[in-house]
Design a protein around this ligand. Structure first.
Ligand SMILES: Cc1ncc(COP(=O)(O)O)c(C=O)c1O
Length: 481
């Protein structure tokens, strides 16, 4: 048959064809990566030095102008080469980043990743296993199974076969928890009812919307935690008798870091036949600490638990988990796509991964987690958790002793709410934006019934008392202006 007419394509073996960009994998990948890493690391150091602090100064316009000057043209006709592109863009990103490794960057549940976890993540990127089928990720499949079971056993120590899914974070974990609850309630005539506190993460409401469930009944939480009396009233409301119910409790709220009274809430769920999901995205890693773990008593009575290791676990994003007391609880997620988990392959013993996520292609986020667990051990991680909680307690002491500041409450985890006194909400909000604009400090904001507060979320285990004094001095400096 004559060859079809069409454009001429150069043969890959054509002597005139320039060598394509080197690959990261295989035996030669590390040799190709080595010099590039030198460029990346230099650019990271230069960018951080050029930033002169925790945050780029000048606000969105200045940051965008600096990025335009470095990043354009985005798609040049002829490329600039690996070293130039890495140096320019990594440097620009580092210079313009909010850097959680700086103790004055303490706004959000945005942790500074450990160097060893970032190094492991490079290996994950180079090898690029994809956890949607065993034939794309044989060793990663085994490592994920071992690691998720070990972490789930920490959350459910008294259960014989606990398991956990790896997620992109609390948002996805909460969504999966609602999905599992919806599936468990499928046989009943009425749709699943969700009951949460006003302190629950916004992703609960979004997940209900996404899954076609009625909007959650949201109980007021003026004291910051879900009140068992209010939950009792909601669970005994005669109008909802027989309605399958999922209760959401939070262990470590986004706004204040408080932990709902888990044992009392679990008792109520048990008595009234409701399912319980505990969003421990923030507070879950207290499990690593011998001294702090008791604050999570009752956690193992939940049907599902969300835990994030990119918050109090010092992992690069993403490192979320959804734990269940028994691996069979995950069966509703089973799914079939012949090219990934053909029944005869599964019968022949090839692990079926499709039911372990709603995603298809999936990064081996487990590698950095497993490396961290092995390198630091439970005690090492517990020590980091204790350090940031102790730093928060110290910051609260400093604020308490300062006549120019009001402390909202003693911290439960590593979140401290405070504000200058006297102040009003407009001044407090403006003060936060001024600190951001100058790139001096990154603080968050939280509104309670008492008004607006500055929020310091301390996730840097290297933070010293001097760093905390500097932070307060910076805030004080703005108040005096
Ligand atoms: C309590 C809680 N749950 C869930 C989430 C969502 O986590 P992610 O942003 O990792 O999806 C957050 C985020 O801060 C949170 O504080």
């Amino acid at each position: 048959m004559p060859a079809p007419a069409g454009p001429t394509v150069a043969s890959p073996h054509d002597a005139a064809d320039p060598a394509p960009a080197p690959l990261a994998g295989g035996t030669r990948g590390p040799h190709a990566l080595h010099p590039l890493l030198g460029t990346v690391l230099d650019a990271l150091a230069e960018g951080a030095a050029d930033r002169h602090g925790p945050f780029p100064a000048g606000g969105p316009e200045a940051v965008t102008a600096r990025m335009r000057a470095r990043a354009l043209p985005v798609l040049p006709e002829t490329g600039t080469g690996a070293h130039e592109a890495l140096h320019t863009l990594v440097g620009a990103l580092a210079e313009g980043s909010a850097d959680p490794a700086d103790p004055r960057c303490a706004a959000h549940l945005h942790c500074p990743p450990l160097a060893l976890a970032a190094a492991a993540d490079l290996a994950a990127a180079a090898l690029n296993p994809s956890l949607d089928s065993w034939d794309q990720a044989p060793a990663a499949t085994a490592l994920e199974a071992l690691t998720t079971r070990a972490l789930a056993a920490l959350a459910y120590p008294r259960h014989p076969a606990p398991d956990a899914l790896v997620t992109t974070g609390g948002t996805e974990s909460n969504q999966l928890a609602l999905l599992l609850a919806r599936e468990a309630a499928k046989e009943t005539a009425t749709p699943l009812r969700i009951v949460c506190g006003a302190n629950a993460h916004h992703s609960i409401h979004r997940a209900a919307w996404l899954l076609g469930l009625p909007a959650p009944l949201t109980l007021p939480t003026p004291a910051g935690t879900l009140d068992p009396t209010r939950l009792h009233d909601a669970l005994t409301d005669p109008a909802t008798t027989g309605t399958p119910t999922l209760v959401i409790a939070t262990a470590g709220t986004t706004d204040t870091g408080r932990i709902d009274p888990l044992p009392a809430l679990a008792d109520l769920c048990h008595t009234h036949g409701a399912r319980l999901h505990i969003d421990a995205s923030y507070g879950g890693p207290l499990l690593f600490s011998d001294t702090l773990r008791p604050a999570l008593d009752g956690l193992d009575r939940a049907h599902t638990i969300a835990v994030d290791l990119h918050k109090l676990g010092w992992q690069p994003v993403a490192a979320g988990l959804l734990a269940v007391p028994d691996t069979t609880a995950l069966h509703p997620l089973a799914h079939h796509a012949d090219y990934l988990n053909a029944p005869d392959d599964t019968r022949a013993g090839l692990p079926d991964l499709l039911g372990r996520s709603l995603r298809t292609t999936r990064r081996p986020d487990i590698l950095k987690i497993a490396v961290t667990l092995r390198a630091l051990g439970r005690r090492g991680l517990g020590d980091l958790v204790e350090r940031v909680c102790a730093a928060a307690a110290h910051l609260a002491d400093l604020i308490d002793a300062h006549p120019g500041f009001d402390l909202y409450a003693r911290p439960t985890l590593s979140t401290v709410l405070f504000r200058p006194t006297p102040t009003d909400d407009r001044t407090t909000a403006g003060l936060r934006r001024t600190l951001l604009h100058h790139g001096h400090a990154v603080l968050g904001r939280t509104t309670t019934p008492e008004g607006l507060w500055l929020k310091a979320t301390l996730l840097n285990p290297h933070t010293t008392p001097d760093d905390l004094r500097t932070l307060l001095t910076l805030v004080e400096g703005q108040v005096r202006r």
